[in-house]
Design a protein around this ligand. Structure first.
Ligand code: IPE
Ligand code: MG
Length: 227
């Protein structure tokens, strides 16, 4: 969800206004996913690197997130969306942690779109944490090294309940992964959109689907079944 700051700057507005406008796209995009039968949407809302920003901007982002969860949870719940998160939430302001806890609790039995919000998240951290968990088990004698494989490694990842990523979208014209779900994106199709995140609406969403539908996914094989 890149480009909130640039969106605001282009309009002579403070960065916070870009974040505010960008926040409105979350629910809309979630409902577009629902409409097109997409099962999981992960959003990179705050990275382990975003702590480098001004404290005022950080405070604003978490206040926005908190009001998002408080104001939108009922509608998300009506749509049977299930809120999940990735990342270490303990560094977030207590009131934001509480709003997230409630959102998860309210939606925990829902079978609609999984809305996975990545907060204080880094793909490298997630992999390192899985390695620590497995190493600890080996040290305690619960697991042997021979038992470490892709499947046990994936079970140790915080994202263990999520499928691999099919399509990874980055807005704002940047062509980097920036530490987002590195392991899960192994075979993701990348779609880069020049528009800033606050401008990511239905036409942009449809463009992503159209682009994705043209890709020939071979997963390292030679030929993928023709569609
Ligand atoms: C993305 O917009 C939102 C968050 C990281 C929360 P940016 O804040 O990165 O906007 P730009 O990249 O400065 O335009
Ligand atoms: Mg940015």
């Amino acid at each position: 969800m890149d480009g909130n700051g640039r969106w605001a700057k282009r309009r002579g507005l403070p960065r916070s206004m870009g974040h505010r406008e960008g926040c409105k796209r979350i629910k809309e995009t979630a409902f577009l996913c629902e409409e097109f039968n997409i099962k999981v949407m992960s959003l990179f809302c705050f990275s382990t690197e975003n702590w480098k920003r001004d404290q005022k901007e950080i405070d604003y982002l978490f206040k926005l997130l908190e009001s998002f969860f408080r104001d939108e949870i009922d509608e998300l719940n009506e749509h049977r969306a299930k809120v999940m998160t990735l990342g270490d939430l303990t560094r977030l302001p207590a009131s934001a942690q509480e709003a997230i806890r409630q959102a998860k609790e309210i939606t925990k039995n829902n079978d609609g779109l999984i809305l996975n919000i990545c907060l204080n998240y880094g793909g490298q951290d997630e992999i390192v944490n899985a390695a620590i968990e497995l190493a600890t088990k080996v040290k305690k004698g619960i697991l042997s090294i021979a038992d470490i494989n892709k499947s046990t490694f994936e079970s140790a990842m915080e994202s263990h309940a999520l499928p691999p990523i099919d399509v990874l979208v980055r807005t704002s014209g940047e062509m980097r992964i920036s530490n987002f779900m590195l392991y899960e994106a192994a075979y993701a199709e990348f779609v880069f959109i020049d528009d800033h995140w606050p401008d990511f609406k239905r036409p942009q969403f449809l463009r992503v689907l159209e682009e994705y539908s043209k890709r020939d996914r071979r997963f390292g094989g030679i030929k993928y079944e023709s569609k």
